[in-house]
Design a protein around this ligand. Structure first.
Ligand SMILES: Nc1ncnc2c1ncn2[C@@H]1O[C@H](COP(=O)(O)OP(=O)(O)OP(=O)(O)O)[C@@H](O)[C@H]1O
Length: 759
């Protein structure tokens, strides 16, 4: 398909034609654009035939009646699209600039990157070697096929020779002369025929004789192999003359999906099939912004969709697009271009990425430094996607079979391979997919029962306590040790090993199991919210995964404060934005373009949008590490830690202390003044903070603009914490404590206390 030449002049010539009443209409032959409404075109008054508006002639208004008379006189319109107004794009400079902007690069893109050039060269060599081997193995078949055509070749050769010997070309002329009764002409033609054919007949006889003698001598004198080769050659030669175009001798190598380069016809036809390009136009109303070119291990097309069609439309229909192109889903990657909303960047892989085995570079050897990057996955183009976790936290979301577990396993194994990293793993699916890292974990919990959720909650409390410990020790350090602010850095961790500031990787797989728990869900959401906001500064990396990205399964605090986000296949824009952040769906960062695994077909499993922000989002497929390989890595990690002496917690055979999971209701009973029917929130907050500073001490740090505001804010914290347990705060009167104030009544507290708990 050729592209429209945007630089050329309009094709048509503008000719004067009659006004509705027969008057000639003047035209502006520079632009070709000044045309008046023709009779029968249906164009409205004040519009040309293309619907462009025509203004009344200068001096319009009152004078319009004169300028556009209702008789045969000429229409004096001035086009809205005036040549002088659009002159900017018409000048040589403007046109040349536009041309230059679209000019192909001087150095072919493949040659710009050493990696691309090497890959292209290797590919060409591989391809030609393959072709050679392919045809060489089939050459005996080709010879047989050729020989099978030899009878037809012989017949063709004999027929042609005979026609030449008898001068068959001249036969109709001689027959005509014989029919016309012109004796002189006939005699002349006969003589001529004899003169031409006699030497041919003699030559043929000699050749036939020589041929027979040669055949006889060869048959007698030549060895069998030479005779055989000669006959084969002769038959092949005759076979070549008897070729049939419908039965080619050479097997053509055709691969629909593998090597078919992307071309504009394919793009246009696919978009037409989807109803996005115009059905009848040869170019589908599309415009190719740049020539289709090789881009890494695939091709890249930049297409402007027809006016009014936005590129986002195509994102939602990736599977249909791949179907229309007859290419595997994993090969077709549309994205929205940055120039304007109708620009599509279509990247098509040359080979199905799922069939390219990508091995995690750390599978067989190597260690990880969690303060630096480690390989997490690959882009559809095959580029390695690194991940740096220190100073961040991560939210991974996706439907069942989207590949969350395998993605988080890469992270867990990376953590395991850093001997300094303390691993806390809560695998709340209970499938055992993370067992490979258990031997190196400080704390490992697997299962989705109540006690597993309880342990996950206590784990969160323990992390919060550790965070506070680190915060305190860092706050006590001299300022020159923390020039970049009071946070954990590698330098700090190495300088003060006794302070134990090593990285902690805490993974909560399928965390919705915990957040949805009737008893532990609410306190877990609270503590997780605090951890996700603050822990990263202290070297504690929180990674949570969920297969239920909805507001009940991911607390707002987490979806709002997650830094790294990996959104695998999901359904709908709400889930998309919960995992990736508000507004991402609108910006075209859409994870509903991925398909989760179906049966044995992994489809897009493991593939998702990895983002830090809207401008830093890319599609990545996490490395897939099979369970056997993962166990091998786990064994290596154990050996590394044993050698480094960094095994701790359960991995070192210690019993990790059980945390207190008692609820705020229990704590209220502990601090409740004997005999009081009601207690003010202000007093309860102070009592709770004194009783359990690790849990409630933070409330006293809340400060408002006035004393009353401070009190109100702290009381609000208490109300929020009691709400999940059904304990309301309301106006209560205590004469001895300042009269009317917000507080809790003993009755309400009793009602919220489980029957088996002794008040
Ligand atoms: N990166 C990947 N590359 C190739 N295949 C993958 C990848 N990740 C996952 N798969 C395939 O998809 C299947 C489902 O993956 P996984 O169990 O990780 O999904 P999940 O989202 O955790 O599912 P569920 O929520 O049901 O536990 C795996 O069995 C595997 O075959």
């Amino acid at each position: 398909m050729t592209q429209p030449d945007t630089d050329s002049e309009p094709d048509g010539t503008v000719v004067p034609f009659r006004s509705p009443r027969g008057g000639a209409v003047p035209h502006d032959d520079d632009t070709g654009g000044t045309q008046a409404a023709q009779p029968g075109t249906g164009a409205a008054d004040g519009e040309d035939e293309k619907g462009r508006q025509i203004l009344p002639a200068p001096g319009g208004g009152e004078d319009r009646a004169e300028a556009v008379p209702h008789d045969d006189t000429v229409l004096q319109g001035v086009p809205v699209d005036r040549a002088d107004v659009t002159a900017d794009t018409g000048t040589y400079l403007a046109r040349t600039r536009e041309r230059m902007a679209q000019a192909p690069p001087i150095v072919h893109p493949v040659l710009r990157s050493r990696r691309d050039a090497a890959e292209a060269a290797a590919f060409v060599v591989r391809y030609n070697a393959y072709l050679m081997a392919f045809h060489t193995t089939r050459s005996p078949l080709y010879v047989l096929r050729l020989m099978s055509h030899s009878p037809r070749g012989t017949a063709r050769l004999v027929a042609r020779w005979w026609e030449w010997v008898v001068d068959a070309e001249a036969k109709p002329v001689r027959a005509k002369a014989a029919g016309s009764g012109d004796a002189m002409q006939w005699i002349t033609l006969s003589r001529e025929e004899t003169r031409r054919t006699r030497p041919r007949k003699i030559a043929s006889a000699i050749l036939a004789g020589a041929g027979m003698i040669t055949a006889f001598v060869a048959g007698v004198a030549l060895p069998g192999w030479a005779l055989g080769a000669g006959i084969t050659l002769l038959l092949c030669g005759l076979g070549a003359l008897g070729g049939n175009p419908d039965r080619p001798v050479i097997t053509r190598f055709v691969s629909e999906e593998l090597l078919k380069p992307l071309d504009s016809t394919e793009v246009v036809e696919a978009l037409q099939a989807l109803g996005i390009a115009k059905p009848k136009a040869a170019d589908g109303g599309l415009r190719f912004a740049a020539p289709i070119m090789r881009d890494g291990p695939g091709w890249r097309a930049e297409v402007d969709l027809p006016p009014g069609v936005v590129a986002e439309k195509l994102l939602d229909r990736r599977a249909e697009l791949a179907g229309a192109m007859r290419r595997p889903l994993a090969c077709v990657w549309p994205s929205v271009g940055s120039e304007h909303p109708s620009r599509v960047i279509l990247w098509v892989a040359q080979k199905d990425p799922r069939k390219i085995k990508r091995v995690w570079p750390l599978l067989a050897e190597g260690q990880v430094d969690l303060y630096a990057e480690f390989p997490f996955g690959v882009t559809p183009r095959g580029e390695v996607v690194p991940l740096a976790l220190i100073g961040t936290n991560m939210l991974i979301g996706g439907v069942m079979g989207s590949g969350k577990t395998s993605a988080v396993l890469v992270i867990a194994l990376a953590g395991a391979l850093d001997p300094t990293c303390e691993m806390h793993v809560y695998e709340l699916k209970g499938s055992g997919d993370m067992e490979s890292v258990q031997p190196v974990c400080y704390r490992y919990v697997q299962g989705d029962d109540d006690e597993d959720c309880e342990q996950a909650l206590t784990g969160m409390y323990a992390l919060e306590r550790e965070m506070k410990r680190r915060k305190k020790v860092i706050a006590d350090l001299p300022v020159e040790d923390v020039p970049q602010g009071r946070k954990v850095t590698r330098k700090l961790a190495e300088k003060y090993p006794h302070l134990k500031l090593h990285p902690i990787l805490a993974i909560f797989d399928e965390v919705h199991t915990l957040f949805e728990h009737t008893e532990y869900g609410s306190p877990a959401a609270e503590v997780a919210g605090r951890l996700i906001r603050k822990a990263r500064a202290y070297g504690i990396i929180l990674v949570v995964t969920t297969q239920k990205p909805d507001k009940d399964s991911i607390p707002k605090m987490i979806s709002d404060n997650a830094i790294l986000r990996f959104c695998l296949a999901i359904t709908g824009h709400i889930a998309n934005d919960l995992v990736l952040g508000t507004g991402m769906y609108k910006r075209g960062i859409r994870a509903n373009i991925f398909e989760p695994a179906e049966g044995d077909d992994p489809k897009d499993s493991g593939t998702g949008w990895l983002s830090r922000s809207a401008t830093n989002a890319r599609i990545a497929r996490a490395y897939f590490i099979g369970q056997e390989d993962a166990r091998e890595v786990g064994r290596r990690a154990l050996a590394l830690r044993t050698a480094a002496g960094t095994l701790s917690g359960e991995a070192a055979g210690e019993t990790v202390a059980e945390e207190d999971t008692s609820t705020i209701v229990r704590h209220l009973w502990e601090v409740w003044p004997d005999g009081a029917e009601a207690v003010h929130s202000r007093d309860l907050v102070a009592a709770l903070a004194a009783y359990r500073p690790d849990r409630y001490g933070a409330w006293l740090e809340i400060v408002g603009t006035t004393e009353a505001d401070t009190e109100a804010k702290r009381s609000a914290q208490l109300s929020a914490a009691l709400k999940p347990f059904g304990v309301p705060t309301k106006q209560v009167h205590r004469r001895d404590r300042g009269g009317n104030r917000k507080g809790v009544t003993l009755d309400d507290l009793r009602r919220a206390t489980p029957a088996d708990e002794d008040a």
